[in-house]
Ligand binder design. Sequence first.
Ligand SMILES: Nc1ncnc2c1ncn2[C@@H]1O[C@H](COP(=O)(O)OP(=O)(O)OP(=O)(O)O)[C@@H](O)[C@H]1O
Length: 255
Amino acid sequence: MSEKILSVNGLMMQFGGLLAVDSVSFDVSKNEIFAIIGPNGAGKTTVFNCVSGFYKPTAGSITLNGKAIAGYPSHKVARHGLVRTFQNVRLFKHLTVLENLLVAQHTQIKSSLLPGLLNLPSYRRSERQALNNAVKWLDFMGLRQFANREAGNLAYGHQRRLEIARCMITNPRLLLLDEPAAGLNPQEKKDLADLINQLRNDFDMSVLLIEHDMSLIMGISDRILVMEHGKPIVTDKPEIVRADPRVIKAYLGEE
Ligand SMILES: Nc1ncnc2c1ncn2[C@@H]1O[C@H](COP(=O)(O)OP(=O)(O)OP(=O)(O)O)[C@@H](O)[C@H]1O
């Protein structure tokens, strides 16, 4: 577990007079599940937004698979193999479940306009491939029976799984999950933990996640970065983080 997929060094993000992220550095290795935790307002989402291209950091470097990506827009970051989910599920709610997975692939299909207009075999082939891929992911996520339902009408837990499927269908090297357990019931949380582990094991990728659910985090993370007031406190294995007096102090009164 040594090859680095992501390296963040000296990351800073300032909003007016507020330093929301201050000197944050960490690496995510190949096949690693890496979590960022911390009390509300610690700067976790801001780190995510910088890494995934939604914010241009004030300072610091972000390297994805050897490529410097700080300041890249999110679609370009995605093309380099980093995709993310959001705290509030973001799907095309009026499209069907299947259509959501087809649309996700269209950002990747490289065919030019002409083959599509002329309905050439190369175009039909890539459309067929996209459909097969979508069905594969519906099966994997246990969502096939909902293929033709509007995404916005799915149960919340299923919407979350669809959002993850929409990320996975682009074959990411690094998947960012922003509070994936929020709003899930205990059984769905357990299924989510199994799913995250399975994705990491079966698809040769890494996972970076933010989560408030401590039992989920402690159960699945290889390493955890704890932040407080924009600053990193400690980065280590779950059992060490759990016993660290600085972490306990940061969380006092929260848990
Ligand atoms: N776009 C923005 N403009 C101004 N301030 C912001 C912006 N985004 C975040 N902040 C501020 O930066 C700080 C860190 O916020 P951030 O959302 O990153 O924390 P967090 O650790 O993700 O919190 P939570 O666990 O509640 O989601 C907060 O004080 C927040 O108000």
